[in-house]
Design a protein. Structure first.
Length: 300
């Protein structure tokens, strides 16, 4: 009977570093055993468990020969290089992919759209380039996607993430253009689009019926009037700093249970509303605006 492998690294480590050859033969399907041995060989046959932290080379195509794999993790392995192999597209049982903190290059592969069971995709902290493939919108079971800390360019596709993806991380790339209007139709928990070159109006992303909790749109070029934006009661963290946002701070912000707030380096004016958590933040949360005033800034 085939085993269900939940983590490629854990499985390889257990199989190759702990189990004896005879015991491994009893517990591991012959086809899985062959694939694992091929993967081991591609990484120069490491023997000791500790040596796996120094894996080097490319992710081998043999990974695709583990058809029951559910979790694929290559993380914090700085010597892993090359592109993401297309063989991963064969792993249709995958629910979690984490290829992060490596030196992977090339594009974000469109073939991830074939992995319909995927609920978590993390390709962060790499050197991936090119645009975000619109095919990713076909991953309707995603709960989180991390494409942050890469070198991605171009605009965010209009119809990407057309389901409710609670957590979306696109920060620290080179993305341009506006946020697609389709994002305003759905609910999220965390949105981090910071440190890009995005522009336009963000007001459609908010509303009393939304459920977003953490929002970071800092260090972009967003430009819109903040005065009449309605924020959801769920919001606990808001970072609009380093943009071109104008208008005044809505009084409704005093009703929110903020744990973090930063609207510095914009073009805001008027008196900071009194009440709630707004005065619990220091002046740096409001500094370098056009004409904001009132505690914790100087009086109007």
């Amino acid at each position: 009977m085939k085993i269900t492998i939940t983590s490629i690294l854990l499985s390889i480590l257990l199989f190759l570093s702990i189990l004896s050859p005879s015991l491994a033969a009893e517990r591991c399907n012959p086809n899985d055993k062959k694939a694992l041995l091929q993967i081991k060989q591609s990484f120069n046959n490491p023997y000791l468990l500790a040596s796996w932290g120094n894996l080097s080379g490319q992710i081998p195509a043999a990974v695709g020969d583990l058809p029951y794999l559910q979790t694929l993790v290559f993380r914090k392995l700085s010597n892993i290089t090359g592109t993401i192999p297309s063989a991963i597209a064969k792993l249709t049982h995958l629910t979690l992919v984490r290829l992060s903190w490596t030196n992977l290059t090339g594009p974000v592969p469109a073939f991830f759209a074939q992995l319909k069971s995927l609920t978590f995709l993390d390709l962060s902290f790499n050197d991936l380039t090119g645009s975000i493939p619109p095919e990713l919108s076909q991953l309707t079971n995603l709960n989180a996607i991390h494409l942050d800390r890469n070198k991605l360019t171009g605009q965010i596709p209009e119809w990407i993430f057309t389901g409710n993806v609670p957590d979306i991380y696109l920060s620290h790339n080179k993305l341009t253009g506006p946020i697609p209007k389709s994002f305003g139709y759905y609910n999220y928990t965390t949105l981090d689009f910071s440190s890009n070159m995005l522009s336009g109006d963000l007001s459609f992303m908010f509303g009393s019926n939304k459920t977003v909790q953490i929002v970071d749109f800092s260090q972009n070029m967003f430009q819109f009037n903040l005065s009449n934006v309605v924020f959801p009661a769920s919001l606990t963290s808001l970072d609009f700093s380093h943009n071109k946002i104008f208008g005044s701070l809505p009084v409704q912000l005093t009703a929110l249970n903020f744990q973090y707030l930063n609207v510095s380096y914009n073009r805001l004016c008027g008196k900071i509303p009194t009440g709630g958590k707004l005065q619990s933040f220091d002046a740096t949360s409001y500094s370098n605006n056009l004409c904001l005033c009132g505690a914790p800034l100087p009086a109007c």
